[in-house]
Design a binder for this molecule. Structure first.
Ligand code: CAA
Length: 567
């Protein structure tokens, strides 16, 4: 039977500590909230007042309830005031010496049965536990930012944590309206271990000029339905925190996906810490504000369509009727009333492509959407035929993920006019178009692609002609990391999905998404990404290949990472 805690403490009143104090007080617990200076305490109180004030303004909390919540928190600079606490959560900066010293001090102040919990995101809870004379009563209690909103608490149990302590902390998490997921003491636990490889990857895309910060963020919000793009999320988390988490994880894992990208380190050194300092990847109205203001790197409105040619006459060319139907269905309702030409391959002689439909339509086209399919030879022949049948300057767009745009461009006879228009979208109905430029693509052809998307009301991002472009290039390695976690018996598929859904607001967790996308599709994308980069961290997880071989292809096959009996 779990102990019902009523008297608790929080040490460290930054964003996380203040949020945790608010969550505890909202659940009716009496909270002693401690920080080192009057100034820090005032800042912490300010956080709680602002957050609960917003809740009142939104009609989510009555004024009287807010007063009660605030009255349940005693703010103080004296750690000795924690003498009556049954549980203390620390949320001081992520430095082992600081936390170790604090735990040793709390051990002396608090009664022997007080539970000492750390909100550390990546440091070893075991190391913290042994700084005290009660290692069995030390746990991790890892909340997610913003603590009042995110429903996950990772309960970190070390090899010496007493089972009754885990039970008490799980019961407390439930009382706070959170879902507790118990995990062993490994750097990054579940959510951070998975999240930060992806965030780091997103930073390297910006650093190498693969895509702009706006495009990376839009691609992941609109293409995957994530609540925030990775760079905006890093600004929320704090670049210094991210740097510390990545460095600690890299030290343990030696996985290059965790080696902090130099840009993160440089921004941290320069004090560009994100929302808390008023500037990170984006610039904010003031420190701690969520309001983004334009800065020197914000693209000028309309600049992207400069040089665009109007696409009044659009023709769809598809190797199969299925591809044409799929393309039509994917575009906004009624947005594309255009002729469709079907192409058949002719095995011998001629161009290798025979048209069904009005070939003359091609001559007048401003933009031709070519759904060639994944087979390179057929696509090459199709582009050669389209290149010949259209007028110079007409933009030819491949809508297939493979082969690369440059292959289509080379076959077309006029490479400057060839782009990719790839409808990306992996979770739910959210969609974004990746306007793909190959090395041979002329700037106005890409601008025409953007203008076409804008006319249809489809959000678009610019992408280089690289495997996975932007969305898949970021998403699939992230999913692959989840498979590796499962393969290593690090956590269950259910816990990993819950961690990402509840801790990071994902619409569906990685395994639910893999089952929906298809494990064979995921494997093919990952093989392509690995073949291009040869990055060891991108090599497909062996488990994925084994499941595909075994016919566990996901939802449509009735079986993937989970069973789907009623397909
Ligand atoms: N404090 C309290 N409440 C807040 C809040 C805050 N800082 N920010 C937002 N909220 C509340 C709002 O009041 C609102 O509540 P109601 O619906 O009751 O009115 C609700 O949250 C939604 O807020 P908004 O409509 O303003 O904004 P949104 O819909 O864009 O959601 C978000 C904001 C919740 C932050 C959402 O974008 C999200 O889920 N982002 C992902 C966050 C994430 O991944 N967090 C984990 C980071 S990793 C981590 O924390 C671990 C670590 O160790 C670093």
């Amino acid at each position: 039977m779990a102990r019902e805690l009523s008297e608790v403490g929080v040490v460290g009143l930054g964003t996380m500590g203040a949020g945790i104090a608010e969550v505890l007080a909202r659940a009716g617990l009496s909270v002693t909230a401690v920080d080192v200076s009057d100034e820090a305490v005032q800042r912490g109180r300010g956080h709680v007042e602002t957050s609960t004030g917003k809740a009142v303004a939104r009609g989510r909390l009555a004024d009287a309830e807010r007063e009660e919540i605030l009255s349940r928190i005693r703010f103080t600079t004296s750690r000795a005031d924690l003498a009556a606490a049954e549980l203390v959560v620390e949320a001081v900066p992520e430095r082992m010496e600081l936390k170790g010293q604090l735990f040793a001090e709390l051990d002396a102040i608090c009664p022997p049965d007080t539970i000492l919990a750390s909100n550390t995101s990546s440091l070893s809870v075991t190391e913290l536990a042994v700084t005290t004379g009660r290692p069995g009563r030390v746990v991790g209690m890892h909340f997610f930012n913003p603590a009042p909103v995110m429903k996950l608490v990772e309960v970190v149990s070390t090899v010496v944590t007493e089972p009754s302590v885990v039970e008490d902390v799980q019961a407390l998490a439930a009382r706070l309206g959170k879902v507790g997921v118990t995990i062993g003491d490994r750097a990054g636990f579940i959510a951070n271990a998975l999240l930060f490889g992806y965030l780091n990857h997103a930073v390297s895309m910006v650093e190498t000029g693969h895509a702009t910060r706006e495009d990376v963020d839009a691609a992941m919000r609109l293409g995957c339905g994530l609540p925030m793009g990775p760079l905006a999320l890093l600004d929320l988390i704090g670049l210094d925190t991210a740097q510390e988490i990545l460095a600690t994880m890299y030290q343990q894992s030696r996985n290059r996906r965790h080696a902090p990208n130099p840009l993160i380190t440089q921004m941290t050194t320069a004090g560009l810490l994100g929302r808390k300092s008023g500037r990170g990847f984006y610039t904010y109205a003031r420190p701690h504000s969520a309001e983004v203001v334009p800065d020197a790197r914000t693209p000028a409105p309309g600049a992207v369509t400069e040089g665009a040619r109007p696409a009044d006459r659009v023709v769809v060319v598809a190797a199969t009727a299925g591809a044409a139907d799929a393309l039509r269905a994917a575009l906004p309702d009624g947005g594309l009333d255009v002729p469709v030409l079907l192409a058949q391959r002719v095995p011998e002689g001629g161009r290798g492509v025979r048209w069904t439909g009005e070939v003359d339509e091609l001559a007048g086209a401003d933009l031709v959407l070519v759904a060639g399919g994944d087979e390179p030879e057929g696509t090459r022949e199709l582009f050669a035929a389209v290149g010949e049948a259209t007028r110079p300057g007409a933009v030819l767009a491949t809508t297939s993920a493979t082969p690369p745009v440059v292959v289509c461009a080379a076959a077309s006879g006029r490479p400057a006019d060839v782009i990719g228009l790839h409808l990306a979208g992996r979770a739910g109905a959210s969609r974004v178009v990746e306007v793909v430029s190959a090395v041979s693509t002329g700037p106005d052809a890409a601008a025409t692609g953007h203008a076409f998307c804008a006319a249809l009301g489809l959000p678009a991002v610019s992408s280089p002609d690289r495997a996975g472009r932007v969305v898949d290039a970021l998403l699939f390695p992230h999913l692959n990391d989840a498979v590796r976690m499962l393969e290593a018996h690090y956590a269950t598929a259910d816990d990993i999905d819950a961690a990402m859904e509840l801790g990071c607001g994902y619409p569906v967790g990685p395994f639910a998404l893999l089952d929906a996308v298809g494990l064979d599709v995921a494997l093919a994308v990952e093989q392509e990404l690995y073949a291009e980069s040869r990055e060891p961290g991108l090599a497909p997880a062996p488990l994925l290949g084994h499941l595909v071989t075994a016919g566990h292809l996901g939802r449509t096959a009735g079986r993937g990472f989970r069973d789907h009996p009623s397909r």
